[in-house]
Every structure is written in C-alpha cells, then in structure tokens.
Design a protein around this ligand. Structure first.
Ligand SMILES: [Zn+2]
Length: 522
C-alpha cells in the first residue's frame, strides 16, 4: 500500500452529496433510493467492503435522507435545508460518527447506550455511524447487540466495516447488509477526469489509469493520489511513475512480449536490469498481473482461446511469485522462476528428471507436420536408431520428422536452445527455411561458429549438405512496439503449437545451466 494522504481536500470537496453522484455501487444506490421513497428504512444497516468505496459517504446520505426537511421527489436530499447543510458541514449533533478503532471498549459503548436514549436535538432521527465496527471488543459487541435488539424509534444505526467476517453473526442478523464493491478502473478514471476538468488540471490518461490501478478499487485513495501527484495544473505520467515507482508501460509491454515469445534470456535480463535500477519488484509484479489481466479479459471477450490459455498460464506463474516475493532471500528469484515456469511449463520438471532418453521427453518436434509424422510412426525411438534411414529423396516432412536428431547432434547447449526456438517452414532445392520470432535466437544461430555446428549436425543426420536460411518473422521485443501492433502480432502466432516447440534436451540443459545443475547424458 502507498502512503495515503490523510487530509484529502479534493475528496472532501467532491464527496457525493446526492445518491446520483455515488459511483460504482449501483445496486446499493437503487435499493436505498427506493427505501427512502417508500420511507421504509431499516433500523440498522451494515456496510461491508474495501476502504474508500463509499461506505461512510452513503451513511451520511442516508442520514440526510432520514432528516432532510425538503426531500426531493426522487428521494434525494435537497442539500439546501438547514439539516442538509449542517450534515454536509459535519456539525449536526444528531448525526454521530464513531470510529470503533479508537473507541472499542465496553465503556465507550455503555456511554453510547446512555446517550442513545435521548431524543434528537434538531433532526427527526439520531443516526449513529460506527466505522470499523469489527474493532469492537466482545463485551462492546454485546452491549451494541442489546441496542440493536431494542432500538429506540428515534435512532438508526449504520455500521461500517472492511472486515465483515470479524463481525459476530448475532450483529449481522440484526442489520440490513450491503456489500460495497471495489470500484472498477474505468469508473475511477472517469471520476478523476471529471475532477480534473472541474479543477482545470490537464491529466495524462495513462497517469490516471495507473493511479486507479494503484488505488485497488478505492476511490478515496485514488482521489488522494491524484491530488498529491498533481503539480501546478498538470498531472503527468512521468511524475506518477516517479512517485509510485512504476516501470512504465513500455518496459512492461516489452517484458510481456518476451514472455509471449517464450524468450527466457531476455525476460530474465529485464528483471535483473530492473532490480539493478532499484525498481520495486513487488510493484512491478503487481503491474504485470494487472496488465496480463487486462489482456486476458480482452482475449475472453474476443473468444481468442489460445491467447486466453497463455495469459492464464502467465497469470498463474506471476500470482505464485507474488506470494513468495515478500519472503524471498534473493529478491529477483521468484520472478525468475515465474518466467522459467511460464515459458517452459511443467516440462521443466520432467526434462530435468528423465533427461532425453525417450521420445516422449524429446521435443514434440518443430512443426505440426513433424507431429503428424511422429504419430504415424509411434514405434520410432530417438535412442540410437537400429538402422540408418534412407534419405535419397529428402522431403520437408522427413526433415521435420528427424529434426530432434539434428538437435541431438548439436553439442553446444546454447546453440541447441536457440535452434529449438525456430520453426521449420519450407524446403526448396537444398535450402531449408526456418522462422524465428526472436532476434536474440536468430543472431545466435547465425553466428559463424554456430552455423558451422548446425551444418555439421545436418550432414551427420541426412548425409547431405543442406543450406539453412533463417527468417525473422516478427520483431516483438522492441519496447516501442505499440500495444495494438503487439496484440496483432501475438494473435497471429500459433500459441499452443509454439508452446510445444521447446526441445526437452535444450530445456533440461538450459534449466540446469540456470540452476547450476547437471543434465545426465545417457
Ligand atoms: Zn434537505
């Protein structure tokens, strides 16, 4: 949680004075306005929900609704009668706000019981608003219960809590309960925009979004942050970023692009750079989750099934990292593990354990063509073949089918890793074409020394000189790629198929490399 300003003047200034202005709690608004219209209000209400979602504001609106001398047709308070004005100014002695966090004992509640008996001084009804009611002691709850059981007709109670589960069932059953929801980012952003307009502040949309996200559904916190970060008459993203320690959307989207590409080396690099630059990794992880969630929801709305699966996979890994970040001995480690897990899936495990002795643990090859070829030959084993297959006529399918053996012939783990990231696409004459999504891996396989090793491996398997041509399909690591471009290019990727492309061998060695282990060769 960020340090939230205690004295929030924008918040007070723009606190809703009619139900109409209450944002994000539509169902509560409707129910209460109906009740006010019919003059059928409960003796006691219990408002549950996160901080800053409008509980106390609503309580004051009800107090006005009970007492307004000139209630409007739509059941809204008039806000001009003396009762309304004094409630707005917080000086009506018949509306009593009690903070249970600092008045939690039996004595305070006994004292309250004494005072409850007296009739209201100015208004028709006395309204007790008890905030953070869950803080009361057991004895105090018992005393409160007695009041709720036999409430004087001139008294109404509104209890508010952020932790409803700590409120005894006996109390809850005496109240009409309303659950306040976290306010959505869009609703918060719109409210901030309205305030910005009224205050003549030019506010960057990105900045507003980040504030809304950081406030975690609490409008009060959002308005507080907004006020605190406004300098002069403007709110800039740069300033918000500085204040909240944000890494910025460009870095974030470039990082996520690495994950979508399963480009582990670059993703790890991002984390280490961030760490060295002193970024708050917990905050970064939170932002990642927010970003991934936005994209997950967008994928759901578009029925983009593959995207959905991939985002779920990433969210689950980074959610797990969130749990361990707090107690991590090496601060970067939880995020590094999330990267590796989310890019390699549960195969990380299997690959280390069993090493590449069987076809199952070997790559499900590089393309669908290869997969179907494998299915057609279920008895094929990658352990030393009993006979050398004939390659008199070399076809694309044949190359795909035997590609795992080519990878096996490459002894340099990093070269093998990089080559396994490519996708075989075509064969013309003696030239084999391979696509790469990552410039990093493409440059790796193109290095003269590695090129040589790959050619040798090809020759060892097929007994022919085959030329390899590498094509960079999409540059998605460029942090300047716009969100729209990125989305489009990701959509065009065969996500699920891609997830099968990582070689079990390469994976085992890469993982062993990262964790200092050894992969046992058979
Ligand atoms: Zn009024």
């Amino acid at each position: 949680m960020y340090p939230m300003p205690e004295d929030v003047s924008f918040y007070r200034k723009y606190r809703p004075q009619v139900f109409e202005d209450l944002v994000g709690q539509e169902h509560i608004k409707t129910t209460l306005l109906n009740a006010l219209r019919k003059r059928r209000l409960a003796h006691a209400y219990l408002f549950c929900g996160p901080r800053g979602t409008g509980k106390t504001t609503t309580a004051r609106l009800i107090a006005k609704g009970f007492n307004c001398l000139n209630l409007q047709k739509n059941a809204e308070p008039c806000n001009t009668c003396e009762i309304c004005v004094s409630i707005t100014e917080g000086r009506l002695i018949d509306v009593i706000e009690i903070d249970a966090a600092s008045n939690r004992g039996i004595d305070e509640i006994r004292d309250l019981r004494e005072k409850v008996r007296f009739a209201p001084t100015h208004a028709a009804k006395k309204v007790y608003i008890i905030d953070e009611v869950h803080m009361l002691t057991k004895e105090a709850f018992n005393a409160l219960l007695k009041m709720l059981e036999e409430p004087p007709s001139h008294v109404n109670f509104i209890l508010a809590t952020t932790e409803a589960y700590k409120v005894p069932e006996t109390i809850i059953s005496r109240c009409q309960r309303f659950d306040f929801q976290r306010i959505t980012i869009d609703v918060i952003v719109n409210r901030l925009k309205a305030i910005a307009e009224m205050e003549k502040i030019s506010a960057d949309e990105h900045a507003l979004k980040f504030i809304a996200r950081a406030a975690e559904g609490g409008l009060r916190d959002a308005i507080g942050l907004f006020e605190q970060m406004t300098v002069g008459n403007s709110l800039t993203f740069e300033h918000v970023k500085e204040y909240l320690g944000l890494v910025g959307e460009k870095t974030l989207s470039a990082f996520i692009a690495c994950l979508l590409n399963r480009d582990v080396p670059h993703a790890l690099e991002y984390i280490n750079t961030l760490y060295q630059e002193g970024a708050d990794l917990t905050q970064f992880n939170k932002e990642c989750l927010g970003y991934l969630r936005d994209h997950l929801l967008s994928a759901v709305s578009k029925d983009a099934y593959n995207d959905m699966l991939r985002y779920l996979e990433l969210i689950s890994a980074f959610q797990e990292a969130h749990e361990t970040l707090k107690s991590a001995i090496i601060p970067q480690l939880p995020l590094e593990m999330a990267i590796i897990k989310s890019c390699f899936g549960d195969r990380t495990h299997r690959a280390i354990r069993t090493a590449p002795t069987e076809t199952e643990t070997l790559p499900k090859v590089v393309s669908q063509a290869a997969q179907s070829a494998q299915q057609a030959q279920p008895t094929h084993s990658a352990s030393p073949p009993t006979h050398q297959p004939s390659f008199d006529t070399l076809t694309f399918d044949l190359i795909c089918q035997h590609w795992p053996r080519v990878l096996e012939h490459i002894k340099t783990p990093s070269t093998r890793m990089s080559l396994s990231q490519g996708t075989l696409t075509s064969l013309t004459a003696q030239t084999l074409t391979m696509n790469f999504n990552s410039r990093f891996h493409l440059e790796k396989v193109e290095a003269p020394k590695n090129r040589q090793e790959i050619s040798t491996a090809l020759f060892s398997v097929f007994q022919k000189h085959i030329l390899l041509e590498y094509v960079l399909r999409e540059i998605m690591l460029d942090p300047t790629t716009s969100a729209l471009d990125r989305k489009t290019s990701f959509d065009s990727l065969p996500t699920v198929e891609k997830s099968e492309e990582v070689s079990g061998v390469a994976l085992a060695e890469k993982t062993a490399e990262l964790f200092g282990g050894v992969v046992e060769e058979e």
